[in-house]
Design a protein around this ligand. Structure first.
Ligand code: KIV
Length: 287
């Protein structure tokens, strides 16, 4: 595996050549694990709100929270391309605000790109961000920041008309300069159609096997978040259950006195102990 960081042109050129592996991460240790496991790109998703900050959805995640976590992820990612997720209302209000906020992900978060949700309605602001020299990944289909309008976390583009709409959005994002686009929760044939129609890589999540790459949330892959598991999530481990078991064992051993034992404690030389005893201090046991 090359140690050189994956670049935006590398991502564009991978289309039709190889599948791209993307996973979210929110801190330096997760980023280290993702990179050393061979991921191509790390997305600091605004799923942060749900899996890390304990929020109901992604709507109230702030710019400062995203920058804080993006900077942590970037500190231990040397080879992966790091993408910061622009939070709700950080890129819709005006092109100037969109550029300023996107810029913070690169300047303060040390990411190499940003991601944002929406299609034709945000294309002009995508163009402004790209023109400022900041690579943008699009996000279509189920766009969680629009959960209020969508009426819940539901599969999108299920009708021919909606699928055509999604295709038009993907073409508009391509035209606006996006280097890749996430397709979330859309039927596999729709994702396949879009993947064939656009020259940029599609990154699927709940969009079937025909996308140019896949993205999953770190906590979902590892079984760390069990409040809700969407159908498209495949858990590759049950780290949450293991962690709970480990902490329960720790608690049992603290309560029974089995931890810490001598293997996990520090001792003193016999001479120093003798000196302590000679000082008339309370009886000291040696273990
Ligand atoms: O916020 C996030 O983690 C995302 C991915 C699920 C694509 O947007």
């Amino acid at each position: 595996m090359s140690e050189k960081r994956l670049t935006v042109p590398d991502v564009r050129q991978s289309k039709g050549q190889r599948k791209l592996v993307v996973i979210t991460a929110y801190d330096a240790s997760q980023s280290y694990i993702a990179e050393s496991a061979g991921a191509d790109m790390i997305l600091v998703g605004d799923s942060l709100g749900m899996v890390v900050l304990g929020l109901e959805d992604t709507v109230s995640v702030t710019m400062d929270q995203m920058i804080h976590h993006t900077a942590a992820v970037s500190r231990s990612a040397n080879r992966c391309l790091v993408i910061g997720d622009m939070p709700f209302l950080s890129y819709q209000v005006s092109a100037a605000e969109a550029v300023t906020n996107a810029g913070r992900f690169l300047k303060e978060g040390r990411a190499q790109a940003v991601k944002l949700e929406g299609g034709r309605e945000v294309a002009a602001n995508v163009r402004a961000i790209v023109d400022a020299g900041i690579p943008v990944m699009g996000h279509l289909g189920l766009t969680p920041q629009h959960v209020a309008r969508l009426g819940g976390f539901k599969v999108q583009a299920k009708t021919a008309l909606a699928a055509k709409d999604l295709l038009d959005d993907a073409l508009a994002l391509t035209e606006a300069g996006c280097f890749a686009v996430v397709l979330e929760c859309v039927p596999s044939p729709v994702a396949e159609m879009v993947t064939k129609a656009v020259p940029i890589p599609t990154i699927g999540i709940g969009a079937g096997p025909h996308c140019d790459g896949q993205v999953l949330v770190y906590h979902d892959v590892l079984g760390l978040y069990d409040r809700f598991t969407p159908k498209f999530v495949k858990r590759y481990a049950e780290i949450g259950a293991q962690a709970r078991q480990a902490i329960a064992s720790y608690a049992d051993e603290v309560r029974s006195g089995a931890f810490p034992d001598s293997a996990h404690s520090f001792n003193m030389s016999e001479a120093e102990l003798e000196a302590l005893r000679a000082a008339g201090l309370p009886e000291i046991k040696t273990s």
